[in-house]
Design a protein around this ligand. Structure first.
Ligand code: FAD
Ligand code: DLZ
Ligand code: SF4
Length: 507
């Protein structure tokens, strides 16, 4: 009797644990379904990327002689959910069992567990750390800090290790990696891929079926197969890795990509393996083509942050994305969907997100995330926004980055302090403030940068929680040293700003 082998849209890896089990008479099931394409209103580029990549992956499996039952979104028999497609295919092929690699989201894991036919969920071993390894690492620790986990992963992989010591003598070279960048027309851009016939067909489908989702579908220039993804990797290693480190926190309004790799869509969908990407970076360092602080910083993002975020998501359980430790309840304002704002940093971070389904880490953390946190936005709405708008967004990685790192809604599981800043940080790391209607140097008054007002207002509102925090508590000394009427003015102006924000004014 044949068995069904499920391959989800973010499991496009030939070496997937479920595919390794495939026998000649098994049927591989892949399905474009509305339940996955609409559990949030994904950016059209995200849907198009996954559908095109799924179609090409299915084609490659068929070329190997495997049997693939592929359902397109507009197939009239489409049951429009993963469980209904599995049941339909099981009846069609007389299959006795479903074999799946564990999905990256609690919602879908539960839906598979509820299937009325036998199902085996195999571990997703595309990650370096299994659930059991992460649990063992976390066991008994008072604080789950990424840096300690990262060192374990360096030892485990041997990446940038000199025996049992870190290459160059230090584990982390972040202090070399905080430079602002200058506009440079000669900076090499990521490669662009013209849509082929398969991608063009998917673009028409997405345009017709998701006309109201936030984000520009065209031009669409992402790679959609492993070959293209490998080209993006090679291009990054050759042209951008060396300067990745120093400028990784920099933001420029006319350069959305700087020296970033734009590899997250491909790694997360399975077209590249995290280890091969890191090995390429370590190799470039070994050959003298990339400086150590760049190679180390890049590798840390992947074997450190990426693995750690997944570990937290599965350790903390299905209620994680509902957490709201700070009790924030403001609706996410329309500016997150492109409504006009006078804040130039937000105009550009949101505008690039709309155009490219991409923003780099510091834009996500210190512009859109920082503003939502300072303004007291409902973290679940913030979570849904991030899950919608980025091409690389899947709950296992987006959830802990947003609920934990960005919004402190988990009460400090991921971060030891909230990532908040006044306009000063944005001004130091970007060219946004020069072109802004607000004055970053103005702390109060009609021109005051809203980040300046909201920063103090946030800290004052949450004094009980953060005053004793060794990493942020000292700022209360600065607050207390201000004249009482200045403090009052800041809080009154912050309240007025938030009121205008809530009223839908283009603040
Ligand atoms: P680069 O800057 O070139 O970094 C290299 C790689 O490191 C990335 O491709 C990615 O695989 C990994 N990486 C870097 N930082 C992180 C991190 N914090 N967590 C996990 N992996 C990391 N990343 C996602 O993949 N999906 C998300 O949905 C996502 N949501 C985020 C939400 C917020 C609020 C924040 C602050 C960060 C989020 N990140 C997310 C992490 C990070 O912003 C993206 O991985 C990165 O911007 C992707 O672009 P890149 O490939 O050019 O990355
Ligand atoms: C994100 C996504 C989208 C938009 N569409 C599909 C789809 O039609 N079929 C599918 O198998 N997977 C899709 N995905 C990816 C899943 O949502 C993803 O596998 C889960 O969220 C777990 O990470
Ligand atoms: Fe953003 Fe303030 Fe700078 Fe304007 S002045 S770009 S609002 S940080």
């Amino acid at each position: 009797m044949p068995r069904l082998i499920l391959v989800l849209g973010d499991q496009l890896t030939r070496d997937l644990s479920a595919l390794r089990e495939a026998r000649a008479d098994d049927v591989i099931v892949m399905a474009e379904v509305m339940s996955e394409a609409s559990y949030v209103r994904h950016h059209p580029k995200k849907i198009a990327f996954l559908f095109a990549a799924m179609r090409k992956f299915a084609q490659a499996l068929r070329a190997e002689g495997l049997t693939v039952a592929y359902t397109a979104l507009d197939d009239p028999d489409n049951g429009q959910s993963i469980p209904s497609e599995l049941l339909r295919r099981a009846a069609e092929h007389g299959a006795s069992e479903v074999i799946a690699t564990q999905p990256g989201e609690w919602r879908l894991i539960a839906a598979l567990d509820d299937l009325p036919i036998p199902l085996r969920q195999l571990p997703d071993d595309r990650f370096l750390a299994s659930h059991a390894e992460f649990e063992a690492w976390a066991e008994g620790r008072k604080e789950l800090r990424m840096e300690w986990f990262y060192r374990e992963m360096r030892r485990k992989t041997g990446l940038l290790m000199d025996g049992d010591q870190p290459e160059g003598g230090k584990w982390n070279y972040d202090h070399d990696n905080r430079k602002p960048a200058q506009a440079d027309l000669l900076r090499i851009k990521p490669p662009r891929f013209d849509p082929d016939d398969i991608t063009a067909g998917v673009l028409d489908l997405v345009e017709a079926r998701f006309p109201d989702n936030f984000g520009r579908l065209r031009p669409f220039t992402f790679a959609t197969d492993r070959e293209g993804a490998l080209q993006v990797l090679g291009h990054f290693i050759a042209h951008s890795l060396d300067e990745f480190g120093p400028y990784q926190d920099a933001m420029l309004q006319d350069d959305p990509f700087l020296h970033h790799s734009i590899l997250s869509p491909y790694i997360n969908a399975g077209l590249l393996s995290p280890l091969e990407v890191c090995e390429a970076a370590a190799d470039a360092y070994a050959k003298g083509r990339a400086r150590l602080n760049s190679a180390e910083g890049f590798i840390r993002q992947i074997i450190g942050w990426r693995e750690y975020m997944r570990g937290i998501y599965f350790l903390e359980g299905p209620d994680y994305t509902a957490r709201n430790a700070l009790g924030h309840d403001r609706d996410l304002p329309p500016l997150y969907w492109g409504a006009p704002t006078k804040m130039n940093c937000l105009t550009h971070a949101v505008g690039q997100t709309r155009d490219h389904a991409y923003a780099h880490h510091i834009q996500r953390l210190m512009v859109t995330g920082n503003f939502a946190l300072l303004a007291g936005c409902d973290p679940h709405q913030v979570h849904e926004w991030y899950l919608e708008v980025y091409i690389d967004a899947y709950e296992w990685v987006e959830g802990p980055n947003v609920i934990g790192m960005s919004q402190f809604a988990d009460g400090g599981v991921v971060g030891s302090k909230p990532y908040v800043s006044s306009g000063n940080y944005i001004n130091k790391m970007s060219d946004y403030c020069k072109g802004c209607a607000y004055k970053v140097a103005a702390k109060t008054g009609p021109d005051a940068c809203p980040f300046n007002l909201l920063y103090w207002d946030f800290l004052a509102r949450h004094r009980d929680r953060f005053e004793a925090n060794p990493r942020i508590g000292r700022v209360y000394g600065t607050w207390d040293r201000m004249e009482a009427d200045r403090r009052q003015t800041i809080r009154a102006e912050a309240a007025d700003f938030l009121q205008r924000l809530d009223a839908g004014e283009p603040v």
